[in-house]
Ligand binder design. Structure first.
Ligand code: NOJ
Length: 733
């Protein structure tokens, strides 16, 4: 439809029709196969609203969605099609590793390919928009939703945000979908890591670290933005005019559709910034929130607010027009089914190519944390005992893969058997947790995991097969519901009964490799000394176990590197690599002994830093060479470093470049990632990796809150992770 016609359409709409267009409800009202993803409440709305709302989410299936669209349009006076959205975050049926895992690939191109794959599956089933990417910066692993994030670094998160949006949206043909970046803003920083809790930080920190990944998604053209549940400077995002209008629309020029998170407009009342539903509706529409997700607050109150002159109808008109524009950009007025196609759906979903993409990303996401005495890779001719609650488990996709076809997932046992047949023995060992009641109800996925078994017998069997094996592989981890939304934990170590199993196995004095399946950095002190090898598999996706087996047996050389630090203990949290400099650093402050910034009972450093990950080969770094050590706005510095694979097999390495601003008008971090390159080298091969440093790399929010650079001296670091680096100095004039 021509843009001019949209205005005509808007003018034809009654006030009720406009208001209902701003409502987005869950698919349970329209279809039995809808997935529930939040608290269930009685909605209290009538059929007139249901027949006229703008959007529905979390219903699937081309045939089903066509039928819903037909029914809806058969009752629609103005023939404005429904917009179908869905929580397809990192996979529809073919599921990628969780974002905290795929980030460890340091391979944005492959991530983009992954999102293109997801868009193909999702659009064929008839969905128009996905509530993804989730780009919240995270530094507190107690928060369950770290699994959905790409980690603790603003620069890297922004690169992934762009790649994901581009993958989902492509050139916006029918095989792509509209992308909704979330959760705007700073949802990843709840106090004490407790989900839905207060977020409170300086504007400088917000802008410097937390906002950049959303901005990167907006700059990449994402069509929708979802509000967050939390406060930003005391005002919840869904009623925060400064955030939603001044920053998002006026500063960043976002012209797309905003959507509240699940019932977040209603929650303005519980936050205590709105007296009642009427007031909540007013705050949200004034803030520029277009869709009210999950509640009837807009439906029941916006009309009255206009009629009583409490708000200007223009606010409603502009919100409706943005939604009509999105529907028009998607081509829904010409083809309300859009990509929905039963034949294509069958062909494309779970096809070989899609599986291959997911598997490649799983391979690059897995992080080798420890490999003493070269226990890995495993020898295919030796006897391996595979033990543990994740050894034969199919729940490998994490919490936000609500449509995954779990039955068809290959568990680790089968993947390893494919390689070594009878040389593999298996025992369950123990359950993932001992108290399932702690997990609460999460609608769609409650019944998907194995249930309690006979623990004593499990242990006996495990010890029996372990006694007969050359090497023990123990597959441990978190229950899916222990991380993800509302999955905050104060104790983030491996569960007690799994540690007890490991202790018993350790007593056998055999080499042990532990594979972890989890959604967050864990505290590993109960595990680390009892194992020779440690592989962080995360929730590795629908093809993940195959990738894990490839890595265990050395068919793939691991290359993943952490994008979130693994704390030594809970007391250190938040611990992240790019912390500010303090006046009393441990080294170099002139102070000694007690009066420096440290703990008296723990190191400051995390167990594993940002950027860390081992390989089966070894890379040797030369010294940094600079083509000049002073530069200005008109030129740049070329930094080069030689890297040699000194091991005896081919391997991939992510070379990381960090900068420290030595003196700034405000305190600056000890280092910040400003570039990286993933290379692959044959055994004995060497190469020169180059980075170009420009003025742009030095920009930050200065004392006057300008995003600019300041002349001065800088430290440059290049290395294999954020801690083990080579250093050089340069100056910007
Ligand atoms: C709440 C979550 O915060 C959000 O990420 C999700 O998209 C919505 N529920 C819809 O299920």
């Amino acid at each position: 439809m021509e843009k001019g016609k949209l205005l005509e359409l808007l003018n034809e709409m009654t006030l009720e029709e406009k208001v209902y267009q701003l409502v987005q409800l869950d698919g349970g009202l329209y279809s039995e196969n809808a997935a529930v993803t939040g608290p269930k409440v009685k909605l209290g709305i009538n059929d007139e609203v249901i027949n006229n709302i703008g959007s529905v989410y979390n219903v699937f299936g081309a045939e089903n969605l066509k039928k819903i669209q037909d029914d809806y349009l058969s009752k629609s006076r103005l023939q404005i099609p429904l917009l179908f959205c869905a929580d397809v975050i990192y996979g529809y049926k073919t599921v990628l590793p969780i974002p905290l895992a795929f980030a460890c690939s340091w391979n944005p191109e492959l991530v983009k390919e992954g999102m293109e794959m997801i868009a193909k599956e999702t659009s064929a089933t008839g969905i128009h928009g996905v509530f993804s990417p989730m780009v919240d910066l995270v530094r507190d692993p107690r928060w369950g939703r770290v699994m959905e994030s790409t980690g603790e670094d603003a620069y890297l998160n922004s690169i992934y945000a762009k790649a994901e949006v581009e993958g989902f949206q492509g050139d916006f043909n029918n095989e792509h979908v509209a992308s909704c970046v979330k959760h705007f803003a700073a949802y990843g920083a709840p106090e004490a890591g407790r989900d839905y809790n207060t977020v409170d930080m300086s504007e400088r920190k917000l802008r410097q670290d937390y906002l950049s990944s959303y901005k990167a998604a907006v700059d990449a053209g994402c069509k929708m933005v979802m509000t967050s549940f939390n406060t930003v400077d005391g005002i919840p995002a869904s009623g925060n005019k400064w955030l939603m209008r001044e920053v998002l629309r006026e500063e960043w020029g976002f012209e797309g559709v905003t959507v509240s998170d699940y019932a977040a407009i209603k929650e303005l009342i519980y936050h205590g910034v709105a007296e009642d539903e009427n007031h909540a509706a007013k705050l949200a529409i004034e803030a520029g929130v277009d869709f009210d997700m999950k509640t009837p607050i807009y439906a029941n109150h916006l009309k009255g607010l206009v009629e009583r002159n409490e708000i200007n109808v223009k606010l409603i008109d502009e919100a409706v027009l943005r939604i009509l524009n999105l529907k028009n950009d998607l081509g829904l007025f010409e083809n309300p089914y859009r990509g929905a196609n039963e034949i294509l759906e069958k062909e494309v979903i779970g096809c070989k190519g899609n599986k291959k993409t997911a598997r490649s990303l799983s391979e690059e996401s897995i992080v080798l944390l420890k490999n003493d005495n070269k226990v890995l890779p495993l020898d295919k001719n030796k006897k391996i005992a595979l033990i543990g609650p994740y050894a034969n488990e199919k729940a490998l996709v994490g919490l936000w893969a609500i449509s995954a076809d779990q039955k068809s997932i290959i568990p680790l046992k089968e993947a390893m058997e494919n390689k070594i047949g009878d040389n593999l023995s298996y025992a369950h060992g123990c359950d993932i947790i001992d108290d399932y009641s702690l997990l609460g109800d999460f609608g769609y996925m409650m019944q998907k995991m194995s249930v309690k078994r006979d623990c004593e017998k499990d242990l006996e069997e495990a010890l029996e097969i372990a006694a007969d094996a050359d090497t023990i592989v123990v597959a441990l981890g978190e229950h899916t519901l222990q991380s993800g939304e509302a999955g905050s934990r104060t104790d983030i170590s491996v569960n007690k009964q799994q540690v007890e199993l490991l202790e018993k196995l350790h007593e056998l004095n055999k080499p042990i490799v532990c594979v972890l399946f989890n959604g967050r950095p864990l505290i590993l002190d109960n595990v680390i000394d009892k194992v020779d090898g440690l592989v962080e598999a995360w929730f590795p996706g629908s093809e993940g176990a195959l990738a894990v087996a490839d890595i265990l047996f050395g068919d793939i050389n691991p290359s993943g590197k952490l994008t979130m630090s693994f704390p030594m203990n809970v007391g250190q949290i938040p611990v992240y690599y790019n912390e500010f400099k303090t006046g009393r650093p441990i080294l170099g402050s002139g102070h000694t002994g007690r009066f420096v910034s440290k703990y008296i009972d723990s190191p400051n450093e995390p167990r594993y830093p940002f950027g860390y990950g081992l390989s089966y080969t070894k890379f040797e770094y030369g010294d940094i060479q600079l083509d000049k050590d002073i530069f200005n706005i008109n030129n740049s510095i070329k930094a080069s470093i030689s890297i040699k694979n000194v091991g005896d097999i081919k391997g991939k390495e992510t070379v990381q470049m960090y900068i420290q601003d030595i003196v700034g008008s405000v305190v600056r971090p000890v280092k910040e990632l400003r570039g990286f390159k993933k290379i692959e080298l044959e055994a004995n091969e060497s190469t020169i990796v180059e980075f170009i440093i420009t003025e742009e790399d030095l920009r930050f929010f200065t004392k006057d809150m300008n995003f600019s650079s300041e002349p001065g001296k800088f430290k440059l670091f290049i290395g294999t992770n954020s801690k083990d680096v080579k250093a050089a100095l340069f100056e910007y004039r």
